[in-house]
Ligand binder design. Structure first.
Ligand SMILES: Nc1nc2c(c(=O)[nH]1)N[C@H]1C(S)=C(S)[C@@H](COP(=O)(O)OP(=O)(O)OC[C@H]3O[C@@H](n4cnc5c(N)ncnc54)[C@H](O)[C@@H]3O)O[C@H]1N2
Ligand code: MOO
Length: 400
């Protein structure tokens, strides 16, 4: 049986990703979205030379030991001192206020002695000190956030500072989920004999929601051709950008998903890949809908989504693929098979940095070990096994 190499499978999927489409959202809705056009500054920040301290503004040359200066007025944030400052003069100034024309330094009030309308200083003056020059933070025309960036709170803050009321972000796909299996019951229900709680759609919805406009869970369908056909038709009728099934992907008599998908007009691009877990993954298209048939085993379902669907979604949004992590092994890894292994591991803090601590559990039905893992060690095909301290490639499980 020939299994498609992981990299080729990924390439085949990425070839079907449409170009980024843009939509405009308000700043309040933009956190977590991927910027589709660069955020460019349209003003200088600060827009004027601003004081960084509460204190006094003056000419540095006028500040000498014990010399008194005349306090001629006040500059506060939102209300600048209207005139210019001359020799022997000081202006009372507050943090964020415009530095008056003629002044070239600010001394904080803790280093000033005020008597009525005059002031002297206990510290030397340095030109430019405690002044934020106009455009120091950013200047008109500067790219503040590059297209393709996922907007974190820090970038939302800079966008707000740049006076952007709205942002151009990538439109997100609509995703549908269908779980298949006679044995499945929804979480929260009593378990009958031979029944299994359907967990895949919950994990997948949580994983994919940050990339999606909507994730619609179409529930559970038994392993029955007529019911599968009916439910998958309903799911397609909602015109999702991406439809994901779980279960029924393998070779047994009850693995019906592929045939039903084909009957419903899905063109299969590939089935079965050289990966563990996750071998029976299938991928195809129906019109402009991308269709992923994930294996039912819960670890296989989550990891195939992580390895294939997340990159597809990043590409959909125009967000660059992250570099693989390179980490030292905290413990040896065993020899691999001919399939690329995505090995569960914990991220641990060692004396000389972060280490990947492999988890020995490899069962594709073992969810509790996956829940403990923070990353996957990417073990190459036929890897002979590595000693503790060896550098390995890894991918974080929870990164965007
Ligand atoms: N003769 C062979 N048998 C199997 C092969 C093979 O190559 N030859 N491949 C194995 C591999 S690898 C995998 S992975 C599984 C995948 O099988 P299916 O995609 O057909 O999955 P199911 O049989 O439907 O279920 C497998 C397992 O997962 C549980 N399951 C299913 N759906 C869910 C869900 N939504 N939430 C939680 N758990 C779920 C299900 O109860 C089964 O225990 O096939 C191997 N067999
Ligand atoms: O590939 Mo399956 O996902 O190993 O159990």
């Amino acid at each position: 049986m020939s299994l498609l190499p992981v990299d080729e499978a990924l390439k085949a999927i990425l070839a079907h990703i449409p170009p980024v489409t843009v939509e405009t959202v308000t700043l309040a809705e933009a956190a977590g979205r991927v910027l589709a056009e660069p955020l460019i500054a349209h003003h200088d920040q600060p827009p004027f030379n601003a004081s960084a301290m509460d204190g006094y503004a003056m000419r540095a040359v006028d500040v000498s030991d014990g010399a008194w200066l005349d306090v001629i007025g006040t500059s506060q944030a939102g209300a600048a001192y209207p005139g210019a400052l001359g020799p022997g003069q000081a202006v009372r100034i507050f943090t964020g206020a415009p530095v008056p024309e003629g002044a070239d330094t600010v001394i904080m009030q803790e280093e000033a002695v005020r008597e009525g309308q005059r002031v002297r200083f206990t510290a030397a003056a340095r030109p430019g000190h405690s002044i934020r020059p106009k455009g120091n933070d950013f200047a008109t025309g500067q790219v503040l956030v590059a297209a393709g960036t996922r907007l974190t709170p820090m970038q939302i803050a800079v966008a707000a500072a740049a006076n952007a009321g709205t942002l151009a972000v990538a439109k997100r796909p609509r995703i549908g989920l269908v779980a298949t299996g006679d044995e499945l019951v929804l979480p929260g229900n009593p378990l009958g004999p031979d029944q299994i709680v359907a967990s895949n759609s919950y994990g997948l919805a949580a994983m994919l929601a940050p990339y999606a406009d909507t994730v619609t869970d179409h529930g559970i369908v038994p392993d029955d051709v007529a019911q599968l056909r009916a439910q998958l038709s309903t799911a397609f009728a909602a015109e999702p950008d991406i439809l994901i099934t779980t279960g029924g992907a393998s070779v047994g008599e009850h693995d019906l998903v592929q045939d039903v998908l084909k009957d419903l007009g899905v063109t299969l691009a590939f089935w079965r890949i050289n990966m563990r877990p996750g071998k029976p993954l299938m991928f195809g298209t129906r019109g402009r809908t991308l269709v992923f048939g994930l294996p039912g085993n819960p670890v296989s379902a989550m990891l195939t989504a992580l390895v294939f669907i997340k990159p597809a979604l990043r590409a959909w949004l125009g967000h660059a693929e992250p570099q693989p992590w390179r980490l030292k092994l905290a413990a040896p890894t065993p020899a691999n098979t001919a399939r690329r292994h995505f090995m569960r591991a914990r991220l641990v803090h060692g004396a000389d940095g972060m280490l990947a601590d492999p988890i020995s559990q490899t069962d594709s039905g073992h969810t509790s070990s996956l829940a403990e893992a923070g990353l996957l060690i990417v073990q190459p095909e036929h890897d002979p096994g590595q000693p503790a301290g060896a550098m390995v490639d890894a991918m974080p499980i929870n990164a965007f």
